[in-house]
Ligand binder design. Structure first.
Ligand SMILES: *Cc1c(COP(=O)(O)O)cnc(C)c1O
Length: 373
């Protein structure tokens, strides 16, 4: 029984991933407990923000950190911070930055939509977006040529949504930023590595708390102390409609703590692989269906079950199967990046124990193995 059923919503099984559209992450009981305690007490919020900087700094190797409602807010607040700094009069003007150093340079192949446009998040922070190069090819000279006395920062989007080939590398962009004395912001929203971009020399790096970290709807920015102070200061301006509350900050910090200690022995991942191997075995032998375990395309230690459907034998396309899974009760949501070529993937990370059995049962029913006695 899901809490959402009270409002007439169907129970769902998420075999898709950490999708905002399905509620991103399901937090642990420890995180929920900490959030409940925070929500039902008081604290001096300015002090909580400063205190949160320490564990974020420790987790990332940065000088300081600032909580946000998410990575999208992280973009807007970072941009506002590099433009307005800690000057209250400027902070109160954002997003009006007429006459200020306000240009934000982005490679065209990284000016994408993650659920909302990156451009719009930059504009909310008062940035004037300067897209350079072409969608499939950007050269370092495109970036160098675009830098003027009005450049406030360069931004680099590390994401599977962005074009992966033909872009200027982060290392090269950092070198260019340093040569010209402009800050570099990295959007690392869904990245698992919390230290890499700071180590490489980025000035501000922003993450989502609800993606890799598995926390509640939240996020953070980490980086140079002076710029993080400027980020915190934006809550007196454009940051206000993106306010994260005390329970969100405590949830984020507790989830961060668990993330750093998570799976030290690898037992969670072994269990996930085990359940996907079981699922592949269960579906083997259905006419027109081939299954295999395949590693994550981005090389992360995630093994998903891939179900290849031959529509001429099954009599249904992968898209038909997906529609049936989603219209069931519980509704099952799979990972459908390759559905156009007949392939459905099952992501083990968001599954609760035993849900792979429900998925196997429903798939067998839809694919016809259990259709006849
Ligand atoms: C998901 C995502 C965001 C937004 O993250 P939220 O925490 O949902 O605000 C921003 N940028 C990229 C590249 C993303 O993938």
């Amino acid at each position: 029984m899901s809490v959402f059923q009270k409002w007439g919503l169907k129970e769902i099984i998420n075999a898709s991933g950490k999708m905002t559209a399905l509620g991103a992450s399901a937090i642990t009981h420890t995180v929920a407990e900490a959030m409940g305690q925070a929500a039902s007490s008081f604290v001096k919020i300015d002090d909580l923000f400063v205190a949160a900087g320490k564990p974020i700094a420790e987790a990332t190797g940065a000088e300081d950190g600032c909580p946000t409602t998410g990575a999208a807010a992280g973009i807007a607040i970072s941009v506002a911070a590099v433009i307005a700094g800690t000057n209250l009069s400027l902070i109160e003007r954002i997003p009006d930055t007429e006459g200020l150093k306000n240009q934000i340079i982005i490679q065209k192949g990284q000016s994408v939509n993650f659920g909302a446009p990156i451009r719009q998040m930059i504009a909310i922070g008062g940035g004037r977006v300067v897209e350079v190069g072409q969608a499939n090819l950007v050269e370092p000279s495109h970036i160098e040529d675009a830098i003027t006395e009005n450049t406030a920062a360069l931004i680099y989007i590390k994401s599977h949504h962005a074009v992966q080939k033909g872009m200027v590398s982060l290392e090269d962009m950092i070198a260019i930023a340093k040569r010209h004395g402009v800050p570099l912001i990295v959007d690392a929203a869904a990245e698992e590595d919390l230290r890499k971009y700071i180590r490489l020399g980025a000035d501000l790096v922003l993450y989502s708390g609800g993606k890799a970290i598995g926390g509640p709807t939240s996020g953070f920015i980490c980086g140079r102390h002076d710029l993080i102070e400027a980020c915190r200061a934006q809550y007196k301006g454009v940051g206000r409609p993106m306010k994260i509350g005390k329970e969100g900050i405590v949830g984020l910090l507790t989830a961060l703590e668990e993330y750093l200690a998570w799976d030290a022995t690898g037992s969670v991942r072994r269990q996930q692989n085990e359940s996907m191997r079981w699922l592949v075995g269960e579906l083997q032998g259905i006419p027109g269906v081939t299954c295999e375990l395949r590693q994550d395309e981005a090389g992360r230690q995630i093994y998903r079950a891939y179900i290849q459907i031959d529509a001429t034998i099954v009599g249904k396309t992968a898209l038909d199967v997906i529609r049936e899974l989603e219209s069931g009760d519980p509704a099952i949501y799979t990972r459908n990046h390759y559905a156009n070529v007949g392939c459905i993937a099952i992501d083990p990370r968001p599954l609760f124990p035993g849900q792979e059995k429900v998925i196997a049962r429903e798939l067998k029913r839809i694919l016809g193995k259990e259709g006849s006695p």
